[in-house]
Design a protein around this ligand. Structure first.
Ligand code: SAM
Ligand code: SF4
Length: 476
């Protein structure tokens, strides 16, 4: 809620902006389809993002860099002077999608369009991309984004093939300006890269080593976000809780969470993704003590079998993981716990898969992302024997998802009758239909004839619980 008249002015301006952004997101659509005759609009750019929240936020920063150089953002790629794809290579399918998008830009060199590939596929494939799609002019991995202004200047001078592919950096990507797409939740990266070495994962290769921002620079950005009208922030990192303040203040991650929550105007603080190895009691104690810290922890387990976890190089056993879950479930606040699971890792037996199913019974997750194992270049798991057939991986995934669906439905049904605070962040085309999120990150749909609820915190009484969302009614 705005605290004074000046804040109220900023907030209403921000809500108008929010409504505009909402329309913009709906119209944006997918950018596929072949390109025909192109007349390029000078000084314009288009960015499309694939993959995780960190990629989404990197794109917001890339857009900030481009806006700072006088470019204008457009909603479709056809006539943009610069077309950037910020890519994901975590699974094979995601990487293939990018090449199918690039296939639609064969005429780029004739039309004067500049096509750039950013992110994980850029880092992984490097200059090979120029071979596969010779009309591409820029290939830049996320660890090199700080060089983006230089690379852009080179392109503007007529450079034909420019690359940023270093990962040996201790710098983070900080920009003067970030063009944020989500008007309700501001994302900010606090740690980049990853020093873990999970046997299936490309991230340590594509995003480089872990490097944290100073607590002072994070807090300064949060203050700016609060001044701009944001009330909810989400701190990002591949392993966000491995944060190490590089400044002499040496703030721990839990201390940083508390400091961010204390910034005037901030009502909700989220963070993702936590690695179980670095997840300590101090984080739970901070959530217990500070209402603004959201009651949600995403703590991916990946497998319920200690043997598979060891093969995955996850650095914890099933029992150690379940101790962390017990700590979370024993907290004084009802903390939602969500997870990621991979099925069909090389050598995973039926009995080991069943250990994952039984872990679901014990952990009682409030939400879960689940994947079939996808073999990725450069990773140790690629050369492991006993790869599981695709059909079997698919079967295991379906069984897992069905089980989790039942757990989620039961957990959501238990909330019927409770009144929860919801930050309203969605309006349906159908008048009077609204959606928002609870502190525990559950989606709540409700009906209200009131207008202009976007961005408001409302009390909603839950009337129904489904597998993926809740239904409620506004408490007037
Ligand atoms: N850093 C986070 C962590 O450690 O949990 C998540 C990083 S990754 C972007 C998100 C999820 O993708 C992982 O938690 C894992 O479940 C999944 N993933 C990563 N590599 C994969 C692979 N090769 N095949 C299938 N799923 C994968
Ligand atoms: Fe990948 Fe593991 Fe790092 Fe997560 S912790 S990004 S799964 S290597």
């Amino acid at each position: 809620m705005p605290r004074n008249r000046q804040d109220a002015g900023a907030a209403s301006e921000w809500r108008r902006e929010a409504a505009r952004a909402g329309e913009w997101r709906e119209e944006r659509g997918a950018a596929d389809g072949a390109q025909t005759r192109v007349t390029v609009a000078p000084g314009t750019f288009y960015v499309e993002t694939f993959g995780c929240q960190m990629n989404v936020h990197d794109s917001e920063k890339v857009a900030g860099v481009l806006l700072g150089r006088g470019y204008q953002q457009v909603e479709r790629p056809e006539t943009a002077r610069l077309v950037f794809y910020n890519t994901c290579s975590i699974r094979e399918k995601a990487a293939q999608k990018v090449f199918s998008r690039l296939g639609g830009h064969r005429e780029a060199l004739n039309s004067g369009q500049i096509i750039g590939v950013l992110g994980c596929v850029a880092q992984q494939e490097g200059e090979e991309i120029f071979e596969r799609a010779p009309w591409v002019s820029l290939v830049c991995g996320s660890a090199s984004y700080r060089k983006l202004p230089e690379l852009l200047a080179e392109l503007e001078r007529g450079g034909r093939r420019v690359t940023g592919l270093d990962t040996d950096t201790d710098e983070t990507f900080e920009t003067e300006m970030t063009r944020r797409d989500n008007p309700f939740r501001a994302y900010l990266t606090i740690i980049e890269g990853c020093d873990k070495a999970c046997a299936y994962c490309v991230v340590p290769f594509t995003r480089g080593p872990e490097r944290s921002r100073t607590s002072a620079s994070i807090l300064e950005e949060v203050r700016r976000l609060a001044d701009a009208g944001y009330t909810e922030v989400q701190l990002l990192g591949q392993t966000v809780n491995s944060y190490r303040d590089p400044s002499s203040r040496r703030m721990s991650f839990a201390e940083l969470l508390v400091a961010v929550s204390e910034v005037r105007g901030i009502r909700r603080v989220r963070f993702t993704t936590s690695h179980p190895r670095d997840f300590g009691r101090d984080i739970v104690e901070a959530i217990e003590a500070v209402p603004a810290l959201c009651e949600h922890v995403h703590l991916p387990v990946q497998s319920g079998s200690t043997r598979v976890l060891r093969a995955m190089q996850r650095t914890y056993t099933r029992e150690e993981y379940l101790e962390k879950i017990a700590m979370l479930r024993g907290a004084r606040r009802a903390i939602s716990v969500t997870s990621d699971v991979i099925v069909g890792f090389p050598g995973e037996t039926e009995a080991e898969f069943e250990e994952t199913l039984s872990l679901l019974d014990e952990a009682q997750y409030d939400g879960m992302f689940s994947f079939t194992y996808s073999p990725r270049p450069n990773t140790p798991a690629l050369s492991m024997g006993d790869q599981i057939p695709e059909a079997e991986k698919g079967r295991r995934l379906a069984v897992l998802m069905e089980k989790q669906r039942g757990i989620q439905t039961a957990r959501n049904e238990r909330l019927v009758g409770k009144t929860l605070e919801v930050l309203v962040d969605g309006a349906s085309r159908r008048k009077g239909q609204w959606a928002g999120r609870t502190s525990g990150n559950r989606v709540v749909n409700f009906t209200s004839e009131r207008e202009r609820l976007l961005g408001e915190y409302m009390q909603v009484r839950i009337t129904r619980g489904g597998p993926n969302s809740l239904v409620g009614e506004l408490v007037s």
